[in-house]
Write a protein that binds this ligand. Structure first.
Ligand code: 5GP
Ligand code: ZN
Length: 132
């Protein structure tokens, strides 16, 4: 898509700190990182989100994290853990599918905060999801 910034990054029309790329995906540093080494994996082809993406790209990306990116982050940045996340619709700023690869460090305080006020009892949620 012509006005998509991640398409521009994928097609080298816009600069990025690229860590890895192959024929299917590109991995680069997030410009506004949650922690040191926060990366994004994007497919080179434009997909909006989990609804339209080819599942093979997700499998490819998870294998890439397991085999290459997590070991790299451990070796070079000495991270203590790894969080993987991916936003769809609400919470998704850039409408080109991407996976966040967020190295974790002891005491990094990178915790998700949610509004506990709107939480339902777990049994109610279970009922809604299963009709039981
Ligand atoms: P989302 O909220 O869509 O899941 O995450 C989008 C991410 O893309 C954000 O973490 C944001 O910092 C990052 N981002 C937005 N624009 C750019 C950009 O032009 N270059 C890079 N490297 N990251 C970007
Ligand atoms: Zn795009």
């Amino acid at each position: 898509m012509t006005d998509c910034i991640f398409c521009k990054i994928a097609n080298n029309k816009m600069k990025s700190n690229t860590i890895y790329e192959d024929e299917k995906v590109k991995v680069f540093l997030d410009l506004n990182p949650s922690t040191n080494g926060h990366m994004l994996i994007i497919p080179k082809k434009h997909y909006q989100d989990i609804k339209d993406i080819d599942s093979e790209i997700i499998l490819h990306s998870i294998a890439l994290i397991k085999v290459t990116l997590f070991p790299l982050l451990k070796e070079k940045l000495h991270c203590d853990g790894l969080t993987i996340s991916q936003n769809n619709e609400y919470g998704q700023e850039i409408k080109h599918f991407h996976i966040h690869v967020i190295p974790r460090y002891t005491n990094d305080d990178n915790v998700h905060t949610y509004n506990k006020e709107i939480l339902l009892p777990i049994d109610d949620v279970y009922s809604k999801l299963t009709n039981k």
